[in-house]
Ligand binder design. Sequence first.
Ligand code: FES
Length: 118
Amino acid sequence: MALITFSNPEYKDKTVYAVAGSFTETVLKIAKTNKIPINFDCQDGECGSCLVKVTKLNDTKTMGGPLTDKEINVLLQMGKITKDEVDTMAVDDFPTPYRLACQMVVRDEELLVEYNLD
Ligand code: FES
């Protein structure tokens, strides 16, 4: 079970349970299911409009499933991740705070997800 707190200064924080383990539930899907007003457009890891900042609230090593290739490309273009970080992640499963909600699949973990970033 994943516990996700969605946070944005314009709205009340909302914490939701999500079924993890199936490795199919994206952060965007969970947000939409729970009526979180998160920005999105393509839903396919190409536009970057669903950018979120993720913080781990428990002591699991990882944070969400691995980044998709599309996600890496968009985050690089947006300057939210560096090539060095991408290389480190490949070796270390290094968690990066910036993710695309439509690409990030949750695991059994507690996360704070800040959405609709400026
Ligand atoms: S909605 Fe376009 S990248 Fe997520």
